[in-house]
Design a binder for this molecule. Structure first.
Ligand SMILES: [Fe+2]
Length: 246
């Protein structure tokens, strides 16, 4: 079942004046720590999303090398699993196919919302799920290396990425979750297969669905939250994205 987002920050105050940079960044950090995502709304035309993201950390280029990426239906990509079409995406973390650390934050902001139903970005906090693991399961997820491949869409761009990582990593006391429903290579009787169906079911049950208005910006902690997308039909839907190392 889809829940409405609750971690929402208005760019302007009750008088319609922009929040000071200091208040904006303090409330943003509080909401991010509490919920693992922030939806910035009431965004005026003057708002500079790239400048806002710069304060969060170093940018990580997208697959194409573009630092600011476009998420919109691309020609010739309708038949593959890929963000650049109108099809649904299954729950995943970003950057499981990177050789090094996945980006800490992902920012998406809306240039053109989809008219008609669908096109929501969906999110789920893994913290309760990771917290509910038994000691044996946690140890298994920290210590088992899995092979990961990249999506069909990215392969078609000419990148055939292959890496090995555990699903869970402890980085200085902070958990990093890597997850994919379709690009984690495992046997059917592996614990990872059971975890995939367990977490996919939890996602279907508990996710937050973010519907965009023009200029809305969604930022989430990619070490902690999984994300996905609902299918849509309006091919003019257009988001931009930045990945941030943190
Ligand atoms: Fe993604």
């Amino acid at each position: 079942m889809a829940h409405s987002p609750i971690s929402i920050l208005s760019r302007v105050d009750f008088n319609g004046h922009p929040l000071t940079e200091e208040l904006l960044s303090r409330t943003f950090q509080q909401l991010m720590d509490e919920h693992g995502y922030v939806l910035l709304c009431n965004v005026p035309e003057e708002f500079d999303p790239v400048r806002f993201c710069r304060a969060l950390g170093t940018f990580v280029p997208n697959y194409t090398g573009a630092v600011v990426g476009d998420v919109r239906p691309e020609p010739g990509m309708d038949d593959v699993y890929h963000a650049g079409n109108t099809r649904p995406l299954t729950p995943h973390s970003e950057g499981y196919d990177f050789a090094f650390t996945p980006p800490r934050y992902i920012a998406l902001w809306c240039i053109t919302p989809a008219s008609g139903p669908g096109g929501e970005t969906t999110l789920m906090d893994t913290r309760p799920l990771v917290g509910a693991l038994t000691d044996v399961e946690r140890k298994q997820l920290l210590e088992t290396d899995y092979a990961w491949k990249t999506t069909e869409g990215v392969q078609r761009l000419g990148l055939d990425l292959k890496t090995r990582h555990p699903i869970l990593e402890d980085r200085d006391g902070r958990d990093i979750v890597r997850f994919s429903c379709n690009n984690l290579i495992r046997d059917d009787d592996d614990f990872a297969a059971e975890l995939q169906s367990r977490w996919h079911a939890a996602f279907d049950r508990d996710h937050v669905a973010v519907e965009y208005h023009e200029r809305d910006m969604l930022v989430w902690d990619n070490w902690r939250l999984l994300h996905a997308r609902n299918a849509f039909s309006d091919r003019s839907r257009h988001l931009r994205r930045i990945q941030i190392a943190g």
